[in-house]
Structure formats: structure tokens, C-alpha cells
Write a protein that binds this ligand. Structure first.
Ligand SMILES: *Cc1c(COP(=O)(O)O)cnc(C)c1O
Length: 407
């Protein structure tokens, strides 16, 4: 499906922080001279409000601001106009009431878990989930928060894994590494019927290709270090949810954990959003072309791309498009085979993360972690590709040469 034109408009709109809150007398005079109200020229991009604090005209006005730091700029650990301009765009893209942005995706993950959970609660992880998120959950055991993992994605199996203490269901769809899809709307509905809060990590699809809140999910989390930023030059995270949920996350975790996004990084992210629709169209098309090539290759056992999902189909799962990250299983699935392919690639850079302009390659193989991979149901010889913007032909030629040399 084409990207929703409303989303393109949101991404391209001049940043709201660029509009002066109250025009000064000088603005007014300039507007009149230029032929009427609204004629004041505005910058296209938000000013970077690089300040730690905001001074108030009177003590009483400061007291008023301190009473509600979520809605007043008092201190940049709470609110900052550049960051707020970004938050408004992300909330609009996800069709949520409120958004907050963080210093990294993991800061966003931490804020959601610490903001919404109490000692004695359980988390239910659905699908293969980003490794550090699971590792954080393991640390939370010290605070009386435990978890379960369900890898059978059928709504019945997921519902059966909900226990009396389950307070929060955390889902990735597509999942990490294998990109398996779940019927997000059906799972959200089952969880809601048990009073369980649902959270979806939407980093892979971006709001352009999946709208979890519209499918009944309560909270969306992003690593904005991936596609939203899009240029491998910043770390950021985001949470989009209802006013009610955001109040808890903001009061209990955003301001107190302190992992907030700096105004400069918020500005970089606003800049990244401008090209998000154009970038995602190319990531999608080129990844599909590369996946098609690899599907027919004799050195490849299997391609794990969500476009191939049959039950649920991508549309049934809630995807309206696909991004540029997928994986392949090599026929020569030992560490040496993986190493030979990765080191043989020229256009793909070797590194962690994904979602940027440059194509990237990595594997979960470490040479000695077969048992851990098996426990997580990750097959041997898996290689993950992040398709950048170099063009599909150049990447296919590179893969073709490296596969021939490594087979
Ligand atoms: C990278 C990533 C995160 C963590 O984001 P950081 O910005 O690296 O902290 C969370 N979830 C997923 C799916 C990711 O890929």
C-alpha cells in the first residue's frame, strides 16, 4: 500500500516550534507592513532551544509551571520546545494523544517498564524480542518484576500464557532476527480482555507501515536511532500513548530517570523525519528486490522477510508496508561460513544497528553460543541484512560475488 499522504504531510510540515507563540509588537508591525496577519516569514526548521532552564517573569508564574512540568517549560529534563515539536510530530504519525522522546531506545523501554509496573507484576514477551529489552527484564527480577516469553504467536497460545500476575504484554511484530509476524489486533484484544497493558516496539515498521495504537495496542515504543533518525548519527527513543498512560510514564520515569533527548538530537530527528517517507519507499523496494534475488540462490537455505508470512499475512498482521531489514539462513551455516560471507561483502558495512543510509550486515553467531541460539529458536547460519540506499543492483552484485566466493 502507498504511504498515507497524511503521514507525508506530517513528516514534511514545518516544525511547530518554529511558530512564535505570541507575536511581538515588532512581528505585528512587520506583518501589517507585509500585507496582513500571518505574513511574518517563518523558519522551515525548528530553532534549537539549547537551554537547561527557562526563567519566569514572576515567582508566581514559576510556581504555576512547577505544578505541571509536563505542560510547562521549566527545566529541559521536563520540557523543551525543540523536543516538544518532535513529540507532536511523532504523536501525530502514530495517531496517539501524547509522545515523549528519550536519549535512546533503551531509555524509552526502561521508562515504559518502570513507569507502568509494580513489584509482583509479570511481563509477557511475545515473539523474538530485542535482546537488551529481555536483558533489562532479567535485571528487573531484583525489583520483584518477573517475565514469561511466548514464541507461539497464535492468539490462543498467547492468551494461554497470560497469568494472574501478568500486567503488561510486550510484543515485537515483526520479531527480531526472524521477522515473524503476529496478528497484533487479535492479541491486543485478548490482552485487553484480561486487563493487561499492551506495548509494541514499532522500530522495524515505523509509523508509516504499522499503526499499533489503531490496532488496539496501548503503548508504542521506538528506537529512533534506526529509521526515524535514519542517518546513523544519533541515538534516540520514543514512546507514544494515551494521555493517561503518558502521565504515569512522565511522572514516574521520564523526569526521574532523566534519560531525556537533548534539543540538538531532537532537531536532528526532526530533520530525519522530513525524508522518512522517501527513505522508507526506497528501503522497502530495494529490500524486496534483494530478498527476491537471495530466495533463488543455491547458497541460501531460507529468506526471513515478513512479506513471505502466510498466517498471518502482512496485511492481517497490521503491516501496510515493509522496511529494509531481513535475514537469510546460509546453507553453509557454521561460524566459518557466516564469517566468509560477511567478510566477502564490499558494499555492506559490518556493524550493529540498522535503518541508516549505508547497508549493514551482522549475524547472531558468535562461534560458541549455539545453545543460547537454540533456546531463542534462532537457526544456525543466520545473517541479517539492513538494506540502505545504495540501490538494489549494486547490493545484489555484491552479495552474488561474496556468496560465490564463500560457498
Ligand atoms: C535498537 C533497538 C532498540 C534499542 O534502541 P537504542 O536506541 O539502541 O537504545 C529497541 N528495540 C529495537 C527493536 C531495536 O532494534
Amino acid at each position: 500500500m502507498p504511504i498515507d499522504p497524511a503521514d507525508v504531510e506530517i513528516c514534511l510540515a514545518p516544525d511547530e516550534a518554529a511558530e512564535p507563540a505570541e507575536p511581538t509588537d515588532a512581528d505585528q508591525a512587520a506583518a501589517e507592513a507585509a500585507g496582513g496577519a500571518g505574513a511574518t516569514p517563518l523558519p522551515m526548521s525548528a530553532p534549537i532551544v539549547q537551554t537547561s532552564l527557562f526563567s519566569f517573569p514572576t515567582f508566581r508564574s514559576l510556581v504555576k509551571g512547577l505544578a505541571d512540568e509536563r505542560h510547562h517549560t521549566v527545566y529541559t529534563r521536563g520540557r523543551n520546545p525543540t523536543v516538544q515539536a518532535l513529540d507532536r510530530k511523532l504523536a501525530a504519525l502514530e495517531r496517539g494523544d501524547a509522545a515523549a522522546t528519550f536519549a535512546s531506545g533503551m531509555a524509552a523501554v526502561s521508562a515504559v517498564l518502570l513507569g507502568l509496573l509494580e513489584a509482583g507484576d509479570r511481563i509477557l514477551f511475545v515473539n523474538q524480542v530485542y535482546g537488551p529489552t529481555l536483558e533489562l527484564a532479567r535485571h528487573l527480577r531484583r525489583f520483584g518484576i518477573s517475565h514469561d516469553i511466548v514464541l507461539d504467536l497464535g492468539p490462543d497460545a498467547v492468551e494461554a500464557a497470560i497469568r494472574r500476575e501478568t500486567r503488561l504484554l510486550w510484543i515485537e511484530s515483526p520479531g527480531t532476527m526472524l521477522f515473524r509476524l503476529a496478528d497484533v489486533a487479535a492479541i491486543a484484544q485478548r490482552a485487553a480482555s484480561h486487563g493487561v497493558i499492551t506495548v509494541l516496539d514499532n522500530s522495524w515498521a515505523t509509523p508509516l507501515f504499522q499503526k499499533p495504537l489503531e490496532a488496539g495496542i496501548d503503548v508504542v515504543v521506538h528506537s529512533a536511532s534506526k529509521y526515524l533518525g535514519g542517518h546513523s548519527d544519533l541515538l534516540a527513543g520514543a514512546v507514544v500513548t494515551s494521555e493517561e498512560c503518558m502521565e504515569r510514564i512522565f511522572d514516574r520515569a521520564y523526569m526521574l530517570n532523566g534519560g531525556i533527548l537533548s534539543p540538538f538530537d531532537a532537531w536532528l530527528l526532526l530533520r530525519g523525519l522530513r525524508t522518512l517517507p522517501a527513505r522508507m519507499r526506497q528501503h522497502e523496494a530495494d529490500a524486496l528486490a534483494v530478498a527476491d534475488f537471495l530466495r533463488g540462490h543455491s547458497a541460501i537455505r531460507r529468506v526471513h522477510h515478513p512479506i513471505r508470512s502466510e498466517s498471518p499475512s502482512p496485511a492481517e498482521a497490521g503491516l501496510t508496508g515493509t522496511s529494509g531489514l531481513f535475514s537469510v539462513e546460509l546453507v553453509r551455516g557454521d561460524f566459518a561460513g557466516v564469517e566468509a560471507l560477511i567478510d566477502g561483502l564490499r558494499r555492506f558495512r559490518i556493524g550493529v544497528s540498522w535503518g541508516g543510509v549505508e547497508s549493514l550486515v551482522i549475524s547472531p553467531e558468535r562461534g560458541d553460543n549455539g545453545a543460547a541460539l537454540e533456546a531463542a529458536q534462532i537457526p544456525r547460519g543466520l545473517v541479517r541484512l539492513s538494506i540502505g540506499l545504495e540501490g538494489a543492483d549494486a547490493l545484489i552484485r555484491d552479495l552474488d560475488a561474496a556468496l560465490a566466493a564463500s560457498a
